[in-house]
Design a protein around this ligand. Sequence first.
Ligand SMILES: Cc1cc2nc3c(=O)[nH]c(=O)nc-3n(C[C@H](O)[C@H](O)[C@H](O)COP(=O)(O)O)c2cc1C
Length: 424
Amino acid sequence: MYGRLPRVPTVFGGLQRAARRRLDARAYAYVAGGAGEEATQRANRAAFDRWAIVPRVLRDVSVRDTSVELFGRRLPAPVLLGPVGALELVHPEADLAVARAAAGLGVPMVFSNQASVPMETCADAMGDSPRWFQMYWSTSDELVESLVGRAEASGCEALVVTLDTTMLGWRPRDLDLGHLPFALGKGIAQYTSDPVFRRLVEARAEAPAPVQPGASAERDRQPRPTLAAVRALVGMARAWPGPLLENLRSPLPRAAVETFLSIYSRPSITWADLAWLRSRTRLPIVLKGVLHPDDARRALDEGVDGVVVSTHGGRQVDRSIAALDALPGVVAAIGDRAPVLLDSGVRSGADALVAVALGARAVLLGRPFAWGLALAGEEGVQQVVSDVLGEFDLTLGLAGLTSVSELSPEILRRVDRWDTPTGG
Ligand SMILES: Cc1cc2nc3c(=O)[nH]c(=O)nc-3n(C[C@H](O)[C@H](O)[C@H](O)COP(=O)(O)O)c2cc1C
Protein backbone atom coordinates (compact mmCIF):
# COMPACT_ATOMS: atom_id res chain seq x y z
CA MET A 1 0.00 0.00 0.00
CA TYR A 2 2.88 2.34 0.81
CA GLY A 3 4.89 1.22 -2.19
CA ARG A 4 7.81 0.06 -0.09
CA LEU A 5 10.13 -2.30 -1.85
CA PRO A 6 12.42 -4.95 -0.41
CA ARG A 7 15.96 -3.72 0.36
CA VAL A 8 17.52 -6.43 -1.79
CA PRO A 9 16.12 -8.61 -4.60
CA THR A 10 14.13 -11.58 -3.29
CA VAL A 11 15.37 -14.10 -5.84
CA PHE A 12 18.96 -15.34 -5.99
CA GLY A 13 19.70 -14.42 -9.62
CA GLY A 14 18.66 -10.80 -9.08
CA LEU A 15 20.59 -10.68 -5.82
CA GLN A 16 23.80 -11.87 -7.45
CA ARG A 17 23.42 -9.49 -10.42
CA ALA A 18 22.82 -6.52 -8.12
CA ALA A 19 25.87 -7.46 -6.01
CA ARG A 20 27.97 -7.72 -9.14
CA ARG A 21 27.08 -4.15 -10.06
CA ARG A 22 28.01 -2.98 -6.56
CA LEU A 23 31.30 -4.80 -5.98
CA ASP A 24 34.75 -4.37 -7.44
CA ALA A 25 35.84 -7.12 -9.81
CA ARG A 26 38.09 -8.91 -7.33
CA ALA A 27 35.55 -9.05 -4.51
CA TYR A 28 32.85 -10.29 -6.88
CA ALA A 29 35.13 -12.92 -8.39
CA TYR A 30 36.20 -14.20 -4.97
CA VAL A 31 32.63 -14.86 -3.84
CA ALA A 32 31.10 -15.93 -7.16
CA GLY A 33 33.98 -18.05 -8.39
CA GLY A 34 34.50 -21.77 -8.16
CA ALA A 35 37.16 -24.33 -8.97
CA GLY A 36 38.25 -25.01 -12.54
CA GLU A 37 35.51 -24.70 -15.12
CA GLU A 38 32.94 -24.44 -12.34
CA ALA A 39 31.28 -27.68 -13.41
CA THR A 40 30.61 -28.61 -9.77
CA GLN A 41 28.97 -25.26 -9.12
CA ARG A 42 26.59 -25.90 -12.02
CA ALA A 43 26.08 -29.51 -10.92
CA ASN A 44 25.10 -28.34 -7.43
CA ARG A 45 22.21 -26.40 -8.95
CA ALA A 46 21.33 -29.01 -11.59
CA ALA A 47 20.97 -31.59 -8.79
CA PHE A 48 18.18 -29.51 -7.24
CA ASP A 49 16.52 -29.18 -10.64
CA ARG A 50 16.11 -32.96 -10.81
CA TRP A 51 13.76 -33.08 -7.82
CA ALA A 52 10.15 -31.89 -7.76
CA ILE A 53 7.75 -31.46 -4.86
CA VAL A 54 4.32 -33.05 -5.29
CA PRO A 55 1.94 -30.84 -3.28
CA ARG A 56 -1.08 -32.35 -1.51
CA VAL A 57 -4.38 -30.50 -1.06
CA LEU A 58 -7.27 -30.16 1.40
CA ARG A 59 -5.28 -30.66 4.57
CA ASP A 60 -5.48 -28.11 7.35
CA VAL A 61 -2.19 -26.21 7.07
CA SER A 62 -3.23 -23.11 9.00
CA VAL A 63 -0.78 -23.80 11.85
CA ARG A 64 2.76 -24.83 10.92
CA ASP A 65 5.95 -25.52 12.83
CA THR A 66 9.22 -25.09 10.93
CA SER A 67 11.48 -25.70 13.93
CA VAL A 68 14.03 -28.49 14.22
CA GLU A 69 16.30 -29.77 16.98
CA LEU A 70 20.05 -29.82 16.53
CA PHE A 71 22.60 -30.73 19.23
CA GLY A 72 20.11 -30.00 21.99
CA ARG A 73 18.95 -26.63 20.59
CA ARG A 74 15.62 -25.91 18.98
CA LEU A 75 16.16 -23.80 15.87
CA PRO A 76 13.44 -21.71 14.17
CA ALA A 77 13.99 -23.56 10.89
CA PRO A 78 16.43 -26.10 9.41
CA VAL A 79 18.71 -23.29 8.25
CA LEU A 80 22.13 -22.06 9.43
CA LEU A 81 24.50 -19.44 8.10
CA GLY A 82 27.54 -21.33 6.88
CA PRO A 83 31.14 -20.19 7.34
CA VAL A 84 32.10 -17.63 4.69
CA GLY A 85 35.55 -16.09 4.95
CA ALA A 86 37.03 -12.74 3.94
CA LEU A 87 33.66 -10.96 4.12
CA GLU A 88 35.42 -7.59 4.46
CA LEU A 89 35.82 -7.83 0.69
CA VAL A 90 32.11 -7.18 0.29
CA HIS A 91 31.22 -4.99 3.31
CA PRO A 92 33.25 -3.17 5.97
CA GLU A 93 31.15 -4.56 8.85
CA ALA A 94 31.66 -8.06 7.48
CA ASP A 95 31.05 -10.86 10.03
CA LEU A 96 29.72 -8.46 12.64
CA ALA A 97 26.79 -7.47 10.41
CA VAL A 98 26.11 -11.16 9.73
CA ALA A 99 26.26 -11.96 13.47
CA ARG A 100 23.72 -9.25 14.27
CA ALA A 101 21.37 -10.40 11.50
CA ALA A 102 21.67 -14.05 12.58
CA ALA A 103 20.99 -13.19 16.21
CA GLY A 104 17.99 -11.07 15.21
CA LEU A 105 16.44 -14.14 13.60
CA GLY A 106 17.69 -16.75 16.07
CA VAL A 107 19.41 -18.55 13.21
CA PRO A 108 22.81 -20.09 14.07
CA MET A 109 25.89 -18.52 12.54
CA VAL A 110 28.99 -20.59 11.88
CA PHE A 111 32.00 -18.34 12.49
CA SER A 112 34.59 -18.83 9.76
CA ASN A 113 38.22 -19.52 10.59
CA GLN A 114 38.88 -16.98 7.83
CA ALA A 115 36.65 -14.31 9.33
CA SER A 116 37.35 -10.60 9.09
CA VAL A 117 36.18 -9.98 12.67
CA PRO A 118 37.37 -11.97 15.72
CA MET A 119 34.88 -14.54 17.04
CA GLU A 120 34.73 -12.83 20.46
CA THR A 121 33.47 -9.58 18.89
CA CYS A 122 30.76 -11.40 16.95
CA ALA A 123 29.78 -13.53 19.96
CA ASP A 124 29.41 -10.37 22.08
CA ALA A 125 26.91 -9.03 19.55
CA MET A 126 24.81 -12.21 19.59
CA GLY A 127 23.53 -12.52 23.18
CA ASP A 128 22.69 -16.17 23.71
CA SER A 129 21.78 -16.74 20.08
CA PRO A 130 23.41 -19.92 18.74
CA ARG A 131 26.82 -19.90 17.05
CA TRP A 132 29.32 -22.52 15.96
CA PHE A 133 32.97 -22.27 15.02
CA GLN A 134 34.49 -23.59 11.78
CA MET A 135 38.11 -24.59 11.88
CA TYR A 136 40.83 -25.35 9.39
CA TRP A 137 43.35 -27.77 10.83
CA SER A 138 46.55 -25.75 11.25
CA THR A 139 50.05 -27.20 11.18
CA SER A 140 50.38 -25.81 14.72
CA ASP A 141 48.58 -28.03 17.24
CA GLU A 142 48.98 -25.27 19.79
CA LEU A 143 47.08 -22.87 17.53
CA VAL A 144 44.32 -25.45 17.00
CA GLU A 145 43.98 -25.83 20.78
CA SER A 146 43.89 -22.08 21.22
CA LEU A 147 41.18 -21.61 18.59
CA VAL A 148 39.10 -24.42 20.09
CA GLY A 149 39.45 -22.91 23.57
CA ARG A 150 38.39 -19.50 22.29
CA ALA A 151 35.39 -21.02 20.50
CA GLU A 152 34.29 -22.69 23.72
CA ALA A 153 34.78 -19.46 25.69
CA SER A 154 32.78 -17.56 23.04
CA GLY A 155 29.76 -19.81 23.57
CA CYS A 156 30.08 -21.75 20.33
CA GLU A 157 27.92 -24.87 20.49
CA ALA A 158 29.66 -27.00 17.88
CA LEU A 159 33.00 -27.26 16.13
CA VAL A 160 32.90 -27.63 12.35
CA VAL A 161 36.12 -29.02 10.90
CA THR A 162 36.38 -28.28 7.19
CA LEU A 163 38.23 -31.11 5.48
CA ASP A 164 37.87 -30.25 1.80
CA THR A 165 40.33 -27.34 1.91
CA THR A 166 43.58 -28.85 3.13
CA MET A 167 44.89 -26.99 0.08
CA LEU A 168 43.20 -24.08 -1.64
CA GLY A 169 41.38 -25.18 -4.81
CA TRP A 170 42.28 -24.17 -8.37
CA ARG A 171 40.24 -20.98 -8.81
CA PRO A 172 40.76 -19.40 -12.22
CA ARG A 173 38.74 -16.26 -11.56
CA ASP A 174 41.06 -15.31 -8.68
CA LEU A 175 44.16 -16.53 -10.49
CA ASP A 176 43.39 -14.39 -13.54
CA LEU A 177 43.02 -11.33 -11.31
CA GLY A 178 46.15 -12.22 -9.31
CA HIS A 179 44.06 -12.06 -6.17
CA LEU A 180 44.30 -13.92 -2.86
CA PRO A 181 42.63 -11.96 -0.01
CA PHE A 182 44.69 -13.61 2.73
CA ALA A 183 47.94 -12.48 1.11
CA LEU A 184 46.65 -8.92 1.57
CA GLY A 185 45.85 -9.48 5.24
CA LYS A 186 42.11 -9.93 4.59
CA GLY A 187 40.24 -12.74 6.32
CA ILE A 188 42.89 -13.45 8.98
CA ALA A 189 41.27 -11.78 12.01
CA GLN A 190 40.85 -15.07 13.95
CA TYR A 191 44.63 -15.43 13.67
CA THR A 192 45.81 -11.88 14.39
CA SER A 193 43.59 -11.88 17.51
CA ASP A 194 45.05 -15.18 18.74
CA PRO A 195 47.77 -15.20 21.44
CA VAL A 196 49.46 -18.34 20.09
CA PHE A 197 49.47 -17.00 16.53
CA ARG A 198 50.86 -13.66 17.67
CA ARG A 199 53.70 -15.40 19.45
CA LEU A 200 54.51 -17.36 16.28
CA VAL A 201 54.50 -14.11 14.29
CA GLU A 202 56.84 -12.39 16.73
CA ALA A 203 59.22 -15.34 16.61
CA ARG A 204 59.19 -15.24 12.82
CA ALA A 205 59.83 -11.50 12.71
CA GLU A 206 62.77 -11.84 15.11
CA ALA A 207 64.36 -14.80 13.36
CA PRO A 208 67.35 -13.79 11.21
CA ALA A 209 66.51 -14.02 7.50
CA PRO A 210 67.95 -17.25 6.10
CA VAL A 211 71.05 -16.65 3.97
CA GLN A 212 70.68 -18.42 0.66
CA PRO A 213 73.27 -18.92 -2.00
CA GLY A 214 72.76 -16.39 -4.77
CA ALA A 215 70.63 -14.19 -2.50
CA SER A 216 72.17 -10.93 -3.60
CA ALA A 217 71.73 -11.79 -7.29
CA GLU A 218 68.15 -12.67 -6.44
CA ARG A 219 67.69 -9.29 -4.77
CA ASP A 220 69.02 -7.54 -7.86
CA ARG A 221 66.33 -9.24 -9.90
CA GLN A 222 63.49 -8.24 -7.53
CA PRO A 223 60.79 -6.22 -9.28
CA ARG A 224 60.52 -2.55 -8.37
CA PRO A 225 57.75 -1.78 -5.86
CA THR A 226 54.41 -1.21 -7.56
CA LEU A 227 51.29 0.62 -6.43
CA ALA A 228 49.71 -2.79 -5.83
CA ALA A 229 52.61 -3.79 -3.58
CA VAL A 230 52.26 -0.59 -1.54
CA ARG A 231 48.52 -1.19 -1.21
CA ALA A 232 49.20 -4.75 -0.09
CA LEU A 233 51.57 -3.56 2.63
CA VAL A 234 49.02 -1.02 3.85
CA GLY A 235 46.36 -3.78 3.87
CA MET A 236 48.64 -5.99 5.96
CA ALA A 237 49.35 -3.12 8.36
CA ARG A 238 45.62 -2.55 8.80
CA ALA A 239 45.06 -6.23 9.58
CA TRP A 240 47.49 -6.19 12.50
CA PRO A 241 46.07 -4.82 15.78
CA GLY A 242 47.48 -1.44 16.85
CA PRO A 243 47.98 2.00 15.32
CA LEU A 244 48.38 1.97 11.53
CA LEU A 245 51.44 4.25 11.43
CA GLU A 246 53.28 2.07 13.90
CA ASN A 247 52.30 -1.06 11.99
CA LEU A 248 53.58 0.43 8.73
CA ARG A 249 57.04 0.64 10.28
CA SER A 250 56.83 -2.77 11.98
CA PRO A 251 57.87 -6.13 10.44
CA LEU A 252 54.98 -7.85 12.23
CA PRO A 253 52.09 -7.32 9.75
CA ARG A 254 54.05 -8.85 6.90
CA ALA A 255 55.28 -11.64 9.18
CA ALA A 256 51.64 -12.27 10.15
CA VAL A 257 50.62 -12.84 6.52
CA GLU A 258 53.64 -15.08 5.93
CA THR A 259 52.97 -17.02 9.13
CA PHE A 260 49.33 -17.46 8.18
CA LEU A 261 50.19 -18.71 4.71
CA SER A 262 52.64 -21.24 6.12
CA ILE A 263 50.47 -22.67 8.91
CA TYR A 264 46.79 -22.28 8.07
CA SER A 265 46.37 -25.85 6.94
CA ARG A 266 47.95 -29.25 7.30
CA PRO A 267 47.31 -31.48 4.26
CA SER A 268 48.76 -34.46 6.11
CA ILE A 269 45.81 -34.85 8.51
CA THR A 270 44.23 -38.32 8.60
CA TRP A 271 41.57 -40.17 10.56
CA ALA A 272 44.20 -40.84 13.24
CA ASP A 273 44.27 -37.13 14.12
CA LEU A 274 40.59 -37.00 15.05
CA ALA A 275 41.11 -38.72 18.40
CA TRP A 276 43.46 -35.91 19.42
CA LEU A 277 40.82 -33.28 18.65
CA ARG A 278 38.09 -35.40 20.28
CA SER A 279 40.11 -35.49 23.51
CA ARG A 280 40.47 -31.71 23.54
CA THR A 281 36.86 -30.56 23.35
CA ARG A 282 33.49 -31.59 24.67
CA LEU A 283 31.75 -29.67 21.87
CA PRO A 284 30.01 -31.70 19.17
CA ILE A 285 32.42 -32.14 16.24
CA VAL A 286 30.95 -31.84 12.75
CA LEU A 287 33.02 -32.75 9.69
CA LYS A 288 32.39 -30.48 6.68
CA GLY A 289 33.07 -31.67 3.16
CA VAL A 290 32.05 -35.33 3.51
CA LEU A 291 30.70 -36.74 0.22
CA HIS A 292 31.31 -40.52 0.42
CA PRO A 293 29.11 -42.80 2.58
CA ASP A 294 32.19 -44.73 3.78
CA ASP A 295 33.78 -41.50 5.06
CA ALA A 296 30.54 -40.66 6.86
CA ARG A 297 30.47 -44.10 8.55
CA ARG A 298 34.12 -43.83 9.52
CA ALA A 299 33.53 -40.34 10.95
CA LEU A 300 30.91 -41.67 13.35
CA ASP A 301 33.08 -44.63 14.31
CA GLU A 302 35.80 -42.12 15.24
CA GLY A 303 33.46 -40.30 17.63
CA VAL A 304 32.33 -37.45 15.40
CA ASP A 305 28.84 -36.04 16.03
CA GLY A 306 27.66 -35.02 12.56
CA VAL A 307 28.69 -34.24 9.00
CA VAL A 308 28.07 -31.54 6.43
CA VAL A 309 27.68 -32.88 2.92
CA SER A 310 29.34 -30.08 0.97
CA THR A 311 31.40 -29.26 -2.09
CA HIS A 312 32.48 -25.93 -0.54
CA GLY A 313 30.20 -24.30 -3.10
CA GLY A 314 32.10 -25.93 -5.97
CA ARG A 315 35.25 -24.05 -4.97
CA GLN A 316 37.56 -26.99 -4.32
CA VAL A 317 37.29 -30.02 -6.63
CA ASP A 318 35.94 -29.21 -10.06
CA ARG A 319 33.90 -32.14 -11.40
CA SER A 320 33.28 -33.52 -7.93
CA ILE A 321 29.86 -35.01 -7.28
CA ALA A 322 27.17 -32.41 -6.50
CA ALA A 323 26.36 -32.13 -2.81
CA LEU A 324 22.64 -32.92 -3.24
CA ASP A 325 23.52 -35.99 -5.34
CA ALA A 326 25.79 -37.21 -2.53
CA LEU A 327 23.21 -36.57 0.20
CA PRO A 328 21.00 -39.70 -0.08
CA GLY A 329 24.00 -42.06 0.14
CA VAL A 330 25.37 -40.33 3.23
CA VAL A 331 21.90 -40.27 4.85
CA ALA A 332 21.46 -43.99 4.14
CA ALA A 333 24.85 -44.66 5.76
CA ILE A 334 24.51 -42.63 8.99
CA GLY A 335 21.21 -40.74 9.01
CA ASP A 336 19.84 -42.85 11.86
CA ARG A 337 22.96 -42.23 14.00
CA ALA A 338 23.79 -38.53 13.59
CA PRO A 339 22.60 -35.34 11.91
CA VAL A 340 23.56 -34.88 8.28
CA LEU A 341 23.65 -31.25 7.13
CA LEU A 342 23.99 -30.02 3.55
CA ASP A 343 25.28 -26.98 1.74
CA SER A 344 26.30 -26.05 -1.80
CA GLY A 345 23.63 -24.71 -4.10
CA VAL A 346 20.89 -23.87 -1.59
CA ARG A 347 19.31 -20.70 -2.94
CA SER A 348 15.76 -20.63 -1.57
CA GLY A 349 13.29 -21.98 0.94
CA ALA A 350 12.08 -24.51 -1.62
CA ASP A 351 15.66 -25.76 -2.06
CA ALA A 352 15.99 -26.13 1.71
CA LEU A 353 12.76 -28.12 1.78
CA VAL A 354 13.98 -30.52 -0.93
CA ALA A 355 17.27 -31.10 0.92
CA VAL A 356 15.47 -31.76 4.20
CA ALA A 357 13.03 -34.11 2.43
CA LEU A 358 16.06 -36.04 1.17
CA GLY A 359 17.31 -36.48 4.73
CA ALA A 360 19.29 -33.36 5.66
CA ARG A 361 18.63 -32.22 9.24
CA ALA A 362 19.36 -28.65 8.12
CA VAL A 363 21.02 -26.68 5.35
CA LEU A 364 23.74 -24.03 5.44
CA LEU A 365 23.45 -20.89 3.36
CA GLY A 366 26.57 -19.44 1.77
CA ARG A 367 26.65 -17.09 -1.21
CA PRO A 368 23.06 -15.82 -0.82
CA PHE A 369 23.75 -14.06 2.49
CA ALA A 370 27.14 -12.82 1.25
CA TRP A 371 25.33 -11.04 -1.60
CA GLY A 372 22.79 -9.62 0.85
CA LEU A 373 25.67 -8.32 2.98
CA ALA A 374 27.31 -6.74 -0.06
CA LEU A 375 24.13 -4.88 -0.96
CA ALA A 376 22.77 -3.72 2.39
CA GLY A 377 24.94 -4.87 5.30
CA GLU A 378 23.10 -6.33 8.31
CA GLU A 379 19.69 -5.50 6.81
CA GLY A 380 20.61 -7.22 3.58
CA VAL A 381 21.62 -10.41 5.37
CA GLN A 382 18.53 -10.21 7.54
CA GLN A 383 16.28 -9.96 4.50
CA VAL A 384 17.95 -12.74 2.53
CA VAL A 385 17.72 -15.15 5.45
CA SER A 386 14.16 -14.24 6.40
CA ASP A 387 13.17 -14.62 2.72
CA VAL A 388 14.51 -18.18 2.80
CA LEU A 389 12.72 -18.91 6.10
CA GLY A 390 9.49 -17.37 4.77
CA GLU A 391 9.55 -19.35 1.56
CA PHE A 392 10.38 -22.54 3.47
CA ASP A 393 7.32 -22.06 5.67
CA LEU A 394 5.05 -21.27 2.72
CA THR A 395 6.31 -24.18 0.65
CA LEU A 396 5.78 -26.54 3.59
CA GLY A 397 2.19 -25.42 3.99
CA LEU A 398 1.40 -25.28 0.28
CA ALA A 399 2.77 -28.80 -0.09
CA GLY A 400 0.10 -29.84 2.43
CA LEU A 401 2.41 -30.30 5.42
CA THR A 402 2.57 -28.67 8.83
CA SER A 403 5.88 -29.77 10.35
CA VAL A 404 9.44 -30.53 9.31
CA SER A 405 9.14 -34.09 10.62
CA GLU A 406 6.62 -34.82 7.84
CA LEU A 407 9.24 -34.19 5.17
CA SER A 408 10.57 -37.34 3.50
CA PRO A 409 11.52 -38.51 0.00
CA GLU A 410 7.86 -39.56 -0.33
CA ILE A 411 6.85 -35.96 -1.04
CA LEU A 412 9.29 -35.71 -3.98
CA ARG A 413 9.46 -37.11 -7.49
CA ARG A 414 12.59 -37.44 -9.57
CA VAL A 415 12.15 -35.51 -12.83
CA ASP A 416 14.24 -35.77 -15.98
CA ARG A 417 14.79 -32.12 -16.56
CA TRP A 418 13.18 -29.30 -14.74
CA ASP A 419 13.87 -26.50 -17.18
CA THR A 420 12.36 -28.20 -20.26
CA PRO A 421 11.57 -25.35 -22.65
CA THR A 422 7.80 -24.93 -22.95
CA GLY A 423 7.91 -22.70 -25.97
CA GLY A 424 6.46 -19.90 -23.87
C1 LIG B 1 33.37 -16.42 -0.48
C2 LIG B 1 33.28 -17.73 0.21
C3 LIG B 1 34.10 -17.97 1.32
C4 LIG B 1 34.02 -19.19 2.00
N1 LIG B 1 34.78 -19.37 3.12
C5 LIG B 1 34.68 -20.54 3.81
C6 LIG B 1 35.41 -20.72 5.01
O1 LIG B 1 36.12 -19.85 5.47
N2 LIG B 1 35.29 -21.93 5.64
C7 LIG B 1 34.50 -22.94 5.16
O2 LIG B 1 34.43 -24.00 5.75
N3 LIG B 1 33.77 -22.76 4.05
C8 LIG B 1 33.84 -21.59 3.37
N4 LIG B 1 33.09 -21.41 2.24
C9 LIG B 1 32.17 -22.47 1.82
C10 LIG B 1 30.78 -22.29 2.46
O3 LIG B 1 30.82 -22.58 3.83
C11 LIG B 1 29.75 -23.20 1.79
O4 LIG B 1 30.24 -24.52 1.80
C12 LIG B 1 29.43 -22.78 0.36
O5 LIG B 1 29.32 -21.38 0.28
C13 LIG B 1 28.16 -23.42 -0.14
O6 LIG B 1 27.96 -23.15 -1.48
P1 LIG B 1 26.89 -22.04 -1.99
O7 LIG B 1 27.27 -20.77 -1.33
O8 LIG B 1 27.08 -21.98 -3.47
O9 LIG B 1 25.54 -22.53 -1.58
C14 LIG B 1 33.14 -20.20 1.55
C15 LIG B 1 32.33 -19.95 0.44
C16 LIG B 1 32.38 -18.74 -0.21
C17 LIG B 1 31.46 -18.50 -1.37
